[in-house]
Design a protein around this ligand. Structure first.
Ligand code: GTP
Ligand code: MG
Length: 334
């Protein structure tokens, strides 16, 4: 956009620019039946652009806004027809896949479980009990992403006040990186509640676009703790899921448009009705599970080791890897 502004504005470029702006500005306000109040409700639960409406079901829109069935169906139809629901060729996608980078973890076994490290362009979720290593992995990624590029930046959204610069220094030393530079290239924000957390995730776009930072990983530790604490009881579960959905959508979009890696941590809760297998289950239900590209279950193993189990991945086999955490990072078991 800004580049176009310095062009000599002959009538043809002006016309093109107007068309471009019109296209860009076409949003949910242009849909039939969307006044200011409805738009506000839609945006509040994550339906902020035409694509999100186009792929929604009438029932979802009705639940979000209280609008009638006919209005919801019409809105979806108009959103669909006004979008180029773009098909990309397999070739284009392969080219996109070639740009995928992998952030090292420290343990080779864990890295190969994930196909070489944490992929960019994707969300990786680790869930597991307290002390299973989720936060340690977050620290490792914040440090190791800086081996990809000299100016690579990690964004750390800390909801539990467990980010420790002292640990970063230890990990940087372990990875043979300059500690001061590593610390400088980690942007940490403490999120005080779920709304704050969501806002911080939205602000990452500004760090990239306005400040020109080369963000390679966004860490949200923990993704679900605030949501879990704030939305208690059945009545509010739908609200919680809608907000989580919006949050995941923001993160997915960041990963996709900026080829960066998103790492989120998640707690588990006891499943008292479960008699076989592991009696724990990740928080956040199908929304988090579905939005995460890779899902890893972390648990404590024998003699202080940790075990990572790949639960869900689009193109990798399920499997397990053992590792341990020590002073200087995440390591393989000899
Ligand atoms: P919650 O956030 O409580 O759910 O747990 P978590 O999964 O985030 O656990 P975290 O990543 O904080 O792991 C904590 C564990 O990492 C500790 O129990 C230690 O085993 C290990 N750890 C953390 N710091 C050090 C350290 O400086 N040296 C060593 N050797 N181990 C450490
Ligand atoms: Mg933690």
């Amino acid at each position: 956009m800004e580049q176009e502004l310095i062009e000599i504005p002959n009538s043809e470029t002006r016309r093109k620019k107007t068309i471009k702006m019109e296209k860009e500005e076409k949003g949910i306000y242009d849909l039939p039946g969307v006044g200011a109040a409805t738009a506000e409700k839609l945006i509040a639960v994550g339906y902020s652009d035409l694509m999100s409406i186009a792929v929604a079901t009438p029932a979802e829109l009705i639940e979000a806004t209280g609008m009638g069935d006919a209005v919801a169906k019409k809105m979806i139809a108009v959103a669909r027809s006004s979008l180029e629901m773009g098909f990309e060729s397999g070739e284009d996608l392969l080219r996109k896949r070639e740009k995928v980078l992998r952030i090292k973890i420290g343990s080779k076994a864990f890295e190969s479980l994930l196909g070489g490290g944490l992929e960019t362009g994707a969300i990786t979720e680790c869930f597991g009990e307290f002390g299973s290593g989720k936060t340690q992995l977050g620290h490792a990624l914040a440090v190791n992403c800086q081996s990809i590029d000299k100016d690579a930046v990690a964004v750390y959204i800390d909801t539990e006040n467990t980010f420790r610069p002292e640990r970063i220094i230890q990990f940087a030393k372990g990875a043979g990186l300059d500690e001061e530079q590593v610390l400088r290239n980690i942007k940490v924000a403490r999120a005080y509640n779920s709304d704050h957390q969501m806002l911080l995730a939205e602000k990452v776009e500004d760090l990239i676009k306005k400040q020109g930072l080369n963000v390679k990983v966004v860490i949200v530790d923990s993704l679900t703790a605030h949501f879990r604490a704030e939305f208690i009881g059945r009545g509010t579960l739908a609200d919680r899921q809608q907000k989580l959905n919006k949050h995941m959508h923001t993160l997915m979009k960041l990963a996709d448009t900026h080829n960066l890696s998103v790492y989120v941590t998640n707690q588990v809760m006891a499943k008292p009705d479960m008699f076989f297998g592991d009696p724990t289950q990740a928080i956040g239900g199908h929304i988090v599970a579905h939005a995460s590209t890779f899902r890893v279950y972390l648990r404590k193993g024998k003699k202080g080791t940790r075990v990572a189990k790949l639960i869900d991945a689009p193109n990798l086999a399920e499997g397990e890897a053992s590792f341990y955490v020590d002073e200087s990072g995440i390591k393989d078991i000899e």
